[in-house]
Design a protein around this ligand. Structure first.
Ligand code: M6R
Length: 617
């Protein structure tokens, strides 16, 4: 769960690497480093710093940062505290090799003991330093070239890695390899330069021609020569060069103070993008190519098993309700981290739906690898194009909401919900399990949902005023029924991850089985109580809170006059079809969490202890 960048070519490497690291800071931001080499076999120039990329820049500034090749890293610590010593790049004992790594070497302790017995010493506590020493050991003891030494060393490694290695004795050459961690290589004009990174964002302003390295592949980048790719078993690979379109403006904040706020406000447009070409309003049809291409497996599915984590898991809970309601196919929702170790029963006809914004979440990836081996068809609902989960899926649908930079997931969640609705409609239609009237009504409603979302967003100032009253709280309870229950979970997750306020989501009726003991005048309770979802019963649950002096913030349907009478604060959302309520009801909760965190002076885009892409288990 780190970001890596490499460059070799004709330009100065340092500015390219630093800019790239800034773009990858969402992957980790507790320390950073860079190693540079010139055109002669001089000593490597290595600079590191605890903290953010800006701290690295300050540390490197007084030094010589010249060189036309280099590697760089922004870290999310796994082995060893975040400090300058544990920061990457790590350098081999001789000072010849330097390496950056994203992933975890699981057998690093055994390898380190073996290397110590051969006379190697270690400066850091990291698994990565073990890897660079291992490569050096293999190179020296077997008199191998750098690529061969990397390949052989990796055959002794258990774990996940995306690595870039350079050797000061071979100016300009970068060796990159990956297993279970992402890596993409950008090709400069005439192969005069190569850009390597954890995703396309640091590369796209230089070239659109990219090669996504597959698992267990290694690439040698040498300016002036073709990109040379082999498998770690040493079979030649013909690299698949893709033309990648990525809007750079989307990577910037676009005038908003934070990426999270920008991404919240982008949602109406994101939903339009997600539905484009799929929701054919004039033809009253939903068309998903994945459903047409895998019609039999999806339409005849025996069961859907959703695997995912965090916010994507909340979307899965809603997906279950949609598929069961409109397709009458039984569904199961699993935390990917539990599923992968639970020896799950996977039967013929099962479809495993992997939902992931990043497409790189280690637990979700492992869950689908297991399901695939057991014979299930994998349907990916992913945002990051070309990501590991997308590539491992047999079929699926991209949500196409653009890069999500803020650590708190917002637009990916509503994008996932819309894709899940389209999926349920497409399969339900094919199965004949949804009646024509409902199908057509939902198509019309999906068409206008972005406008309704804009209406919710227009209340931002008012939501901020409400949030200001909640800045001092230490706990909060989020309650909802039916389709609003996962929204309660998502609202609570948003608040806790960016404001560090303890928050819990519950099905509203469960409150009386325990959490009600927490209610007093100091306990804020956020109710999602729209007209559609067992409205009267939700009101009874609210009365139970009022009777115990709890403070209620209610998300209600526009025009509600009942709840207003006893709730402390009310935020209205436009009326819509029940299955689409979460797309609207989650917006005030995203804004509430955002304004509470900003009000408390916190870094909403990069909250403590978190990273955007969780590529470790
Ligand atoms: O990239 P993914 O959707 O697979 O990520 C799953 C979770 O790590 C993610 O949703 C996390 O919970 C977010 N920080 C929530 O805002």
């Amino acid at each position: 769960m780190c970001g890596i960048v490499g460059y070799t070519g004709v330009r100065e490497a340092y500015p390219i690497l630093i800019k790239g690291l800034h773009r990858l800071e969402y992957r980790g931001y507790d320390s950073a480093g860079v190693a540079l080499m010139g055109e002669q076999d001089d000593a490597l120039k290595v600079y590191k710093a605890a903290g953010r990329v800006s701290d690295l820049e300050a540390a490197a500034a007084p030094n010589d940062c010249s060189g036309t090749a280099g590697i760089a890293h922004t870290r999310w610590a796994t082995h060893g505290v975040p400090n300058g010593i544990n920061a990457h790049p790590h350098v081999s004992q001789s000072g010849n090799l330097s390496l950056v790594h994203n992933g975890i070497i699981e057998n690093y302790a055994t390898l380190r003991d073996q290397l110590k017995s051969k006379g190697f010493t270690f400066k850091s506590e990291t698994d990565t330093e073990v890897l660079v020493q291992l490569i050096e050991y293999v190179e020296q003891s077997r008199h191998l070239s750098l690529p061969e030494a990397v390949r052989i060393a990796l055959s002794r490694v258990i774990g996940a890695y995306a690595i870039i290695v350079m050797d000061r004795r071979h100016p300009g050459v970068l060796v990159a390899a990956r297993k279970s961690s992402p890596m993409v290589i950008g090709l400069g004009e005439g192969n005069c330069e190569f850009f390597i990174a954890s995703d396309a964002s640091p590369i796209v302003e230089y070239t659109r021609r990219m090669v996504y390295l597959n698992d267990e592949e290694m690439a040698v980048c040498k300016p002036g020569e073709e990109l040379n790719v082999v498998t770690l078993g040493n079979d030649a690979v013909n690299p698949d060069v893709k033309h990648v379109e990525l809007d750079l403006d989307m990577l910037e904040k676009g005038g908003y103070p934070h990426f999270m706020l920008k991404e919240i406000f982008e949602q109406p447009q994101c939903l339009r993008d997600a539905m484009r070409g799929r929701l054919l309003t004039h033809h009253k049809r939903v068309v998903l190519s994945a459903v047409s291409d895998h019609r039999e497996q999806l339409v005849e599915a025996r069961r859907f098993i959703f695997v995912s984590c965090g916010t994507s898991w909340h979307a899965s809970l809603i997906g279950k309700q949609l598929i069961e309601r409109f397709c009458r196919i039984p569904c199961q929702v699993e935390y990917a981290s539990e599923f992968r170790y639970a020896n799950p029963v996977i039967l013929p006809g099962d479809v495993v739906v992997a939902i992931s914004q990043s497409g790189e979440t280690a637990d979700t990836l492992a869950a689908i690898q297991l399901a695939k081996k057991a014979g299930a068809i994998i349907f990916g609902i992913v945002n990051s194009v070309g990501s590991s989960i997308a590539r491992l899926s047999d079929t699926g649908t991209y949500i196409h909401v653009g890069p999500e930079i803020g650590v708190a997931s917002t637009k990916a969640f509503t994008g996932q919900l819309v894709i899940l609705t389209l999926l349920a409609l497409a399969i339900g239609y094919e199965r004949g399990s949804i009646d024509k009237g409902t199908y057509e009504k939902l198509i019309q409603e999906l068409d206008v949902i972005p406008e309704k979302m804009e209406k919710v967003l227009s209340q931002n100032e008012r939501i901020k005023e409400v949030a200001d009253r909640y800045c001092g709280i230490r706990n909060a309870l989020y309650l909802g029924r039916g389709i609003n229950y996962p929204v309660a979970l998502e609202g609570a997750l948003k608040l806790k991850e960016i404001s560090y306020i303890h928050a819990e989501g519950y099905p509203a009726a469960e409150m009386k089985h325990g959490p009600i003991a927490l209610i007093d005048e100091n306990m804020p309770v956020v109710f999602i109580a729209t007209h559609q979802n067992e409205y009267e019963k939700a009101i009874s649950n609210m009365q139970e809170v009022v009777a115990r002096k709890g403070r209620i913030l209610a998300i209600v349907t526009e025009g509600d006059t009942v709840i207003r009478q006893f709730a402390d604060n009310v935020i209205e959302i436009p009326d819509t079809e029940e299955c689409l309520v979460p797309v609207l009801s989650v917006i005030p909760l995203q804004l509430l969490a955002y304004h509470v965190a900003v009000g408390n002076g916190l870094n909403v885009d990069q909250p403590r202890n978190l990273a955007k892409s969780v590529t470790v288990e």
